[in-house]
Design a protein around this ligand. Sequence first.
Ligand code: DSN
Length: 423
Amino acid sequence: MHVPPIPHLTVTDPELAALIEGEAQRQHDVLRMIASENYVSPAVLEATGSVLTNKYSEGYPGKRYYEGQRFIDQIEQLAIDRAKALFGTEHANVQPYSGSPANLAVYLAFAKPGDPVMGMALPMGGHLTHGWSVSATGAWFRPVRYEVRREDGRVDMDQVRDLARRERPKIIFCGGTAIPRTIDFPAFAEVAREVGAVLVADIAHIAGLIAGGAHPSPVGYADVITTTTHKTLRGPRGAMILSTAEHAKAVDKAVFPGLQGGPHNHTTAGIAVALREASEESFSRYAHQIVANARALAAALTEHGFDLVTGGTDNHLILVDLTNKGIGGKPVARALDRAGIETNYNTVPYDPRKPFDPSGLRLGTPALTTRGLTEAQMPQVAAWISAAVDAAVKDDEPTLDRIAAGVRELLAAYPMPGWEPTR
Ligand code: DSN
């Protein structure tokens, strides 16, 4: 049963309702270990499913281009105020549709086409929008890419400084999508200050950890902070740009009218709900538990002979290099999916294989921590992953199916927010 329920959809469009039901059951039955995913609360679901989707609101609170904004203005202001209070920033824009548009808005605000911009290379753990070649950000600007050290998989700040001094980027991005270690915001800030670049911390993956005090904050170091709202922050799919007061105008102008039209008010309301939830003491416990679970899982995987990039994790994410297991990330991710463990294949730094068939597997603990799993279950999870990798090597489907049954049985004891099985 859906919480909140979907009785109208069930009657008017049973075909679609059945598909949603199938996806809900799937999310209930599998260990969701894609590092960027989570389960939102029923309250967030209610806000995002509300009549706010009916309304156009180009502009910002108090300065709109359409009438009828009495309540929308208050809703967006609430989201802005909660974002500022939670992260301790002077300014917040809650309108970006998602992480990529948020980052694109930053380019629009602080660079001109052809300008040098700097970010971590995608195969090293960066994001497409930090200047990777297939992204508009790599095609329209002149990307300067820093890497990680071959020896330990960590960012080489000497390389970052040398590159920045030589290329004089207008923007420096720190953060990414496959970084298992703490981001050194003060070190990036020092480099950015020296070369006169705008420092942008893309905290999409770790926003919830920062809000909960389980990762250092970039506030006071980064000029601008971008984040999605649906990863560790556990809100609806959306994004925010946080900044100092100095950059507020440029950020707002870039989001609207620079890049977007009307904000998605139902998403804004969902973000406001999630920000309130993230300010509660229980969320701080959640954030710390995510990290504790990732650390326990990393230790257990190491015992099973897995080679972890950087040797472990400081956050919610583990990047496994499967080279020593004699199999690529893609067949392993497929096998794990059959075994009821949802992950994604990923490049590892200096990967000799192609991005569509790389050597790595990315794992995360945000969603399973929302289900209530703790360090106590991580040895079992690691044992299942290890057995599934062995089964993938041997094409042993019955073993994968046995693991899936074990996963289902375990998860039956851990309720899923937003849906419960009919008994
Ligand atoms: N799709 C996100 C992730 O999985 O990390 C990045 O955009």
